[in-house]
Design a protein around this ligand. Structure first.
Ligand code: HEM
Length: 242
């Protein structure tokens, strides 16, 4: 009988201990083009810029400098309101990273980690707290309804985005997350819209409600157009079989 079979096992184990298998190579992904860098850069400034603008009045935890009215009859209104804002800031600071195609393809692990923070420290708590925050708004019933509709879209797209990721239906996940990020960023668009509508002579409450509806519908229409638009055919590369 030839040598002990355990010898070859030992040999393999020693070989592996001395030369551990290399980490799997990172996927080779071409560098992002100028067009991609332009829109990602714009989106990053839109998101991070608004996060700074959104939070700075609430850093001192002083309700008297809040941009919106706080209910003095409910002592928990302000804590609830600012917890919504702090968690919303997490979501908007991370939103642009998650929709960046190059980042997703080149760093899939980082995409998953950032995605968990986006969901669990950002959209989930923020969207949940937005329900009582909307119900308690001091800006009247039209604003209340518009904010609740905005939140419903945020919550539905969040649940669908999360479920499709868990089910590993990545094509569907991408679409739902684009819709969800469209909702996260609609809060930015509503601010300048609000100012424009006030300038046209609307009352503050009318402008606030219309700007909220306008931003939600505008962002949803844009993202649906983006998903449904006819895709350009790729030019065949000479010498490569299709
Ligand atoms: C898109 C889904 C969102 C919904 C449904 C929502 C809902 C709300 C509601 C109901 C209020 C209270 C409004 C009032 O009292 O009249 C509020 C205030 C606020 N939210 Fe959100 N929010 C969303 C996203 C965000 C995001 C992504 C940010 C990012 C920073 C954000 C930042 C703020 C700020 C800063 C306020 C206080 C108002 C101000 O200072 O201008 N929200 N939000």
């Amino acid at each position: 009988m030839k040598g002990d079979p355990m010898d070859s096992v030992r040999e393999i184990l020693t070989e592996e201990a001395e030369h551990p298998p290399a980490a799997p190579p990172k996927p080779s992904v071409p560098k992002p083009g100028r067009r991609e860098l332009t829109w990602v850069g714009f989106l990053a400034v839109y998101c991070v810029g608004f996060a700074v603008f959104g939070i700075y009045r609430y850093l001192t935890l002083d309700p008297s400098i809040s941009r919106l009215g706080i209910r003095t009859d409910l002592p928990w209104h302000y804590p609830l309101f600012i917890t919504h804002i702090y968690t919303a800031v997490v979501s908007i600071v991370l939103a642009w990273i998650q929709v960046w195609p190059w980042f997703r393809a080149r760093h899939p692990r980082a995409h998953r980690i950032v995605g968990r923070w986006y969901f669990f420290a950002g959209v989930f708590p923020s969207a949940a707290l937005a329900i009582p925050a909307a119900l308690l708004t001091v800006s009247g019933p039209d604003v209340r309804l518009a904010l609740l509709a905005m939140d419903a879209c945020w919550i539905i797209t969040m649940i669908c985005g999360y479920r499709t990721a868990r089910q590993r239906k990545f094509g569907e996940h991408r679409k739902w997350m684009l819709r969800n990020v469209a909702m996260t960023t609609s809060t930015v668009t509503l601010r300048p819209l609000n100012i424009i509508l006030v300038e046209t002579g609307m009352s503050y409450e009318q402008a606030y409600a219309s700007a909220t509806w306008g931003a939600v519908l505008g962002h949803l229409l844009f993202v649906e157009w983006y998903l449904l638009r006819p895709k350009k055919k790729r030019r065949p590369v000479p010498g490569r079989r299709s």
